[in-house]
Design a protein around this ligand. Sequence first.
Ligand code: COA
Length: 110
Amino acid sequence: MATTGASVVAEAPKIVWNESNHKFETEDKKAYLQYQLRNEGKVMDIVHTFVPSSKRGLGLASILCVAAFNHAQSHSLSVIPSCSYVFETFLPRNPGWNSLVYGDSLKSSI
Ligand code: COA
């Protein structure tokens, strides 16, 4: 019997950019990454990441971060990792994104 195997492959959740609320969020809006724009919109300060307790530990916060960092990269923005998850967990585990971090300090204030 032919099968694509699609039913056993978990798909990555779709992340939506909510520009007016300065968020990247799941379609149900229950998990999100929130940022503020600084330096005339050239710097994305990631201030908060939230995942509902029932979905924690599955990498959802990391997927939100990848969406935000991809956005920052494609819009030539620097990133301030004010959120402890981004600073303490995401960046050490994904050091390739450190090149986008604002200034010399990994955690900076403007
Ligand atoms: N600061 C830094 N790292 C954290 C953290 C925090 N507050 N909370 C959890 N982590 C780490 C854990 O050590 C965990 O490590 P493990 O993989 O070895 O178990 C890792 O994050 C899990 O990564 P991931 O699965 O990508 O994250 P998640 O989808 O479970 O979501 C949070 C992580 C922090 C967004 C979620 O726990 C949450 O919403 N917490 C409440 C709000 C909060 O504290 N936000 C961060 C500060 S703004």
